[in-house]
Write a protein that binds this ligand. Structure first.
Ligand code: DQA
Length: 148
């Protein structure tokens, strides 16, 4: 089974309690469970990690070099829009990276329109709630079949 590492950043542990107009009622634990279930269908081992600490996130991305991770899916929350540290950590990875967001960031405040990860990810999926993650995992599965 190929391993996909799912990374969730700052404030995303609060899904279910936070701003339901943008993020609905689903919790991060439910998202992680759904991803692991879909992973079984797609023959992928899904590992999920969340932190509110930028350094811990960088550390986990560094560890992905030696732990068999073959693709990464990331929702970095607000770090997406300004963290060059996380962007640099992702840039060191050699595996495909998919960026996801629950909300349609392009329909929200201007600061959310820009992702500092754009040049290091294969693509971005946003606006579909939990389905952004499920579609992102399918995209990662396709990339693992055919990297081009
Ligand atoms: C988010 C969008 C970000 O702009 C925001 O800071 C988040 C969540 C999303 O999933 O829609 O924390 O990444």
């Amino acid at each position: 089974m190929k391993k996909v590492l799912v990374l969730n950043g700052i404030n995303l542990n609060m899904f279910g309690k936070r701003d339901p107009a943008h993020y609905g009622a689903v919790t991060l634990a439910q998202i992680d469970d759904s991803l692991r279930d879909l992973g079984l269908e797609l023959d992928l081992a899904v590992e999920c990690f969340q932190t509110n600490h930028e350094g811990e996130m960088a550390q986990r991305i560094h560890e992905a070099h030696g732990d068999g991770t073959e693709a990464v899916m990331i929702n970095a929350g607000a770090w997406t829009h300004y963290s060059y540290g996380i962007a640099d950590a992702l840039a060191i990875l050699e595996v495909p990276i998919v960026e996801v967001h629950m909300s349609n960031v392009h329909a929200r405040e201007t600061f959310r329109h820009h992702s500092v990860f754009s040049s290091v990810v294969k693509g971005q999926i946003c606006g579909f709630g939990i389905n952004s993650y499920l579609l992102g995992l399918r995209a990662a599965a396709d990339l693992l079949q055919d990297p081009d």
